[in-house]
Ligand binder design. Structure first.
Ligand SMILES: Nc1ncnc2c1ncn2[C@@H]1O[C@H](COP(=O)(O)OP(=O)(O)O)[C@@H](O)[C@H]1O
Ligand SMILES: [Mg+2]
Length: 316
């Protein structure tokens, strides 16, 4: 079975969605067939590795994979391992018309400060033969002498249109049918992490060709939003017993923890069409009960108390 995140990884910069500033700046570098060291900062699944690979394809053509070395800073034991691998890799020359090879160092922010200083020296030693592309989640965790040697690119979570567009393309290609709301739900759960979104879609597709809300909620371990809404509405209508019964049903049916449910209830409250003054109080109650659950209180007692409080809030 092919993993979709690899199958659908864009091969060219043009295929990268939702990072237009970044791709246009990178394309300008490609035109001159040269670039400085690069620092790619941003959350997971936003195209950092994809961009590094696309650059290599663009610069080296067919032989691209011989000219890029991918290392993961958190896997490699210590900076000395990195140094030795780089030494070996940099020993052979790249193509005649490209005077450097590329080293992609993933999760650079996993390196200690000392290791980063060593890395900075390595970057200087190989400055004529190697271009570094460093990736990290937070650029603030990278020492400034490295930052100042790199062109910095900030990757953002993909916007909804991009996530849905990519998912729709996959759906067409894989002969699936999908409800638009189901794709939007995948987007919401993924929070703009495209790897997560593609993995969720693939998990759904392994169960059914019809990607609907029900299928998505089953794979994400989420209750259907309407069911959560029902719990809230019953409780604020003062139908406490029914609300509690529905809550138990949802928790058992979907195998959710108390904390999962509180988080989902909190999200759903934002979307409810109710008076703001009530909304504020409900949100505050969620925070209180979330805290109690994190502290390890009994979840059924706490959740029942939360619904009771919802009823009281709405009554006032
Ligand atoms: N901006 C994007 N446009 C299109 N696909 C993307 C984008 N970002 C991520 N993806 C998809 O998610 C997968 C993982 O992305 P990757 O570039 O490895 O993320 P990371 O930023 O964690 O390095 C890719 O193989 C691709 O299928
Ligand atoms: Mg990556």
């Amino acid at each position: 079975m092919e993993v979709w995140t690899e199958k659908y990884r864009p091969k060219k910069l043009e295929g990268i969605r939702g990072q237009d500033d970044i791709t246009s700046r990178l394309k300008a570098f490609m035109k001159s067939r040269s670039f400085p060291h690069l620092l790619f900062a941003g959350p997971a699944g936003t195209g950092k590795t994809t961009a590094a690979l696309a650059i290599s394809r663009e610069i080296y053509g067919e032989d691209w994979s011989d000219n890029i070395l991918e290392l993961n800073a958190s896997d490699e034991r210590g900076i000395n391992v990195v140094r030795n691998k780089i030494k070996d890799f940099a020993r052979t020359k790249a193509l005649e018309d490209v005077p450097f090879k590329v080293i992609y160092l993933d999760e650079s922010d996993a390196l200690t400060k000392e290791a980063q200083h060593a890395l900075r020296r390595i970057m200087e030693d190989y400055t004529h033969t190697v271009r570094f592309i460093l990736s990290c989640n937070y650029s603030s965790k990278i020492i400034s002498p490295i930052q100042s040697r790199c062109a910095v690119f900030r990757f953002k979570p993909l916007p909804k249109e991009s996530v849905v567009e990519i998912l729709n393309k996959i759906i067409k290609n894989e002969d699936l049918v999908a409800e638009q709301e189901a794709l939007e739900l995948i987007y919401e759960v993924s929070e703009g992490d495209m790897r997560k979104a593609e993995n969720l879609l693939q998990a759904c597709a392994s169960v059914t060709k019809n990607v609907n809300i029900k299928a998505v909620t089953e794979v994400v371990g989420f209750a259907e939003p309407q069911e959560i809404e029902k719990i809230i509405k019953l409780s604020i209508a003062g139908r406490f017993t029914d609300a509690k019964k529905k809550l138990t049903e949802v928790m058992v049916g979907y195998g959710l923890s108390g904390l999962d449910v509180v988080k989902q209830i909190q999200k759903q409250i934002w979307k409810l069409n109710i008076d703001d003054s009530i909304k504020i109080k409900l949100i505050r109650a969620c925070g209180e009960y979330e805290f109690r659950l994190v502290e390890g209180s009994n979840e059924f007692i706490q959740l029942a108390a939360m619904l009771a409080e919802f009823s009281l809030i709405a009554k006032k």
